[in-house]
Design a protein around this ligand. Sequence first.
Ligand code: C2E
Ligand code: MG
Ligand code: MG
Ligand code: MG
Length: 284
Amino acid sequence: AAKRSGGNRMRIFNEQMRVSVHERIAAEKLLREALAGDREQTLPVWFQPIVRAESGEIVGAEALVRMRAADGSIIGPGHFVPAAEETGMIVQLGEHVLIMALRHLMEWRHDLGYISVNVSPRQLAEPDFVPLLADLLAANPELDPKRLVLEITETALLGSSVDVRERLETIKRLGVRIALDDFGTGYSSLTWLQNVPADVVKLDRSFVAGLSSDARKSSIIQAVLWLAKSLGMSAVAEGVEEEADRQALHSAGCELIQGYLFGKPMPPAEFSERIQRSRMATTP
Ligand code: C2E
Ligand code: MG
Ligand code: MG
Ligand code: MG
């Protein structure tokens, strides 16, 4: 009987594996087609507001890519970014996202301070990445490069053959800012902080959500905010869903926040409307 149930477990396990391999292959195929199509349609880049904790005023946005399936449905990056990284298609995908982000930053330049773009380890390791960035900035001379922020995660440092620190220094010399994404979730956050010339830390949602009613989270946040400040970095808290958390972050001295409380990622047309409205609200 034991053997039999073991066999069942094994079968269930294999079933799940099979589904996930299938999904991966399907994601790869969809992505390949999307990249070959009209990317603006097939790979829409959406924007989520980054706001002042004090007033809710929109100061920036994070660009977050989506995929539009043939039936019109929207697929989140969790379903295809991993496949993009494994296959190297992230390089083309990332270029598309950067182009769209800069185009919209140009369009919104009078109403929006900056746009933050996620950059995967594989993209950063690519020798053509810095030249691409330099070309795109040169094509938009009206934009101060510091209005572009590149978000990188700790895994960019691990197992990379290129000298990531060196590469980040080069990027910073272009004037572009660097943010440490999902800060606090990795294995070596402090080493990371010591070695990487970053300008911004993004406090991960896992210790932001519900912080107002959790003394431990609150202590961690305060310590990280202090650390960031001492290092001359600014901080953005991710995943703010509740007013009580906004207040707690504001009291703790966290100036910038991002989360569903202020808006989910939205298509550029909708984001445009948001910043127009918020501008009308503050214009005398
Ligand atoms: P991330 O960079 O940490 O982005 C933040 C994620 O948290 C986004 O999910 C956003 O929708 C979600 N989020 C923001 N506020 C809240 C909140 O209040 N509550 C909850 N529950 N979630 C919130 P999304 O758009 O699904 O993106 C997931 C991840 O996919 C991103 O995490 C990033 O690592 C990756 N990604 C997205 N776009 C790109 C891209 O263009 N390039 C690369 N390399 N990765 C990307
Ligand atoms: Mg991010
Ligand atoms: Mg993040
Ligand atoms: Mg995150």
